[in-house]
Design a protein around this ligand. Structure first.
Ligand code: HEM
Length: 371
């Protein structure tokens, strides 16, 4: 889609889409303006679930501060050895064959296992947990109305099952706290305020919905760039200190989330267009990330780009809470893959199938071969 974004940035930087009934915003400066003004552009689109992602200030800050303690860079960095172990367990069985299905064998299970362990989901529930997690982000089987209805029903059922499951774990942890995120969040308190049971359950579900598929796509997109640019593989092997910035550049160049929705709360002017109160506004970060006004050689992947003010994790008060975790997982995987595999490429004749969501940039499968 990146070629299309470039045209839209120069021809119709802010435009109303009659069909989808929403505004689209394509330039960096405008996207940033939308995301940094929650008073004008609200996140409260979806009233069905009350998570921090769909809450505005002041409630948002209260929810976020409570869970923040668990997501500090330091707390996340402590997970590195375990993430390395999981990555090794998933990668090693494929080294002999010189081939692996990146999405199914590594990029999908890794974040699910990490989040399950972080939350304290017992090992015997892992499969059930993975099925629920997959169902949260599943797309419809086709684009008929029936398929859509069916999917919505299934998702609702799935969320209810997850909620029942998390409530049961919470009950156990209340009786007997363990060294896990759920126990920590049960005890979390700021100025006498605690998370309600509903908020805690909502947060656990949000972690799965916001963290798993996005990280899967970050890992896949990063390896895809390695396969598309073979010289990059050797450069990064020689300069492993650039792996962290290569992950940032992946978030700019192939961001797992390309668009972020908001709701206009007042009538506002943006790049000469008038957005009315109550209208939907889509911020195309996938486009902003390629804006030549902000990024030199914006269409080029530069692994040690500095500064790199991409908005792959969003911007402002809703900036991705899980960013330190996603970064760490991607770094561990890239490093391991570069050390264990030479000459990484896409298995020839593979036809890439994009994920069927306008908001997501990723592929369903990415089989690689290597030496
Ligand atoms: C928010 C992207 C991984 C948890 C966001 C937002 C973006 C984003 C763009 C902002 C949404 C908005 O402004 O409306 C990504 C990407 C990821 C990733 C690209 C992986 C590469 C994760 C992980 C977790 C997570 C691993 C948790 C384990 C969250 C949460 C929010 C959020 C809780 C809401 C924060 C708030 O509303 O204050 N993410 N995310 N994300 N992300 Fe991530």
């Amino acid at each position: 889609p990146f070629q299309v974004y470039a045209e839209l940035r120069s021809n119709t930087p802010v435009r109303y889409d009659e069909h989808r009934k929403c505004w689209d915003v394509f330039r960096y400066e405008d996207v940033q303006y939308v995301l940094k003004n929650p008073k004008l552009f609200s996140s409260a689109r979806d009233r069905a679930n009350t998570s921090m992602l769909t809450t505005d200030p002041p409630k948002h800050k209260q929810l976020r501060d409570l869970v923040n303690q668990a997501f500090t860079p330091r707390a996340i960095e402590a997970l590195a050895p375990r993430i390395q172990e999981i990555a090794d367990e998933l990668i090693t069985p494929h080294l002999q064959q010189g081939q692996m299905n990146l999405v199914d064998d590594l990029a999908t299970p890794l974040p699910v296992i990490v989040i399950a362990e972080l939350l304290g989901v017992p090992a015997e529930d892992r499969q059930k947990f993975k099925d629920w997690s997959d169902a949260l982000v599943k797309g419809a089987r086709d684009d008929s109305d029936e398929a859509f209805q069916e999917l919505m029903e299934e998702k609702k059922r799935n969320q209810q099952e997850l909620a029942v499951y998390f409530r049961a774990i919470m009950e156990e942890r209340r009786q007997q706290p363990q060294d896990d995120l759920i126990s920590l969040l049960l005890a979390a308190e700021i100025e006498g305020q605690k998370l309600s049971e509903e908020e805690l359950v909502g947060f656990c579900i949000l972690l799965l919905a916001a963290g798993n598929e996005t990280t899967t796509n970050l890992i896949t997109n990063a390896v895809r760039i390695l396969a598309e640019q073979p010289e990059l593989q050797q450069r990064l092997r020689e300069h492993p200190e650039h792996i962290a910035s290569a992950v940032e550049e992946t978030l700019r160049y192939y961001p797992p989330i390309v668009a972020i929705g908001r709701l206009a709360r007042e009538t506002v002017e943006l790049s000469g267009q008038t957005i009315q109160e109550g209208e939907q506004v889509i911020s195309w970060v996938g486009s902003a990330n390629r804006d030549g006004q902000v990024f030199e050689h914006a269409e080029q992947f530069i692994e040690d780009r500095k500064p790199n003010r991409h908005m792959g994790f969003g911007f402002g008060i809703h900036f991705c809470l899980g960013a330190p975790l996603a970064r760490l997982e991607a770094r561990v995987v890239l490093n391991t893959i570069l050390q264990q595999m030479q000459g990484i490429k896409l298995v020839s004749e593979t036809k890439l199938q994009p994920i069927q969501s306008a908001f997501v940039f990723g592929v369903k499968e990415y089989p690689i071969q290597f030496e």
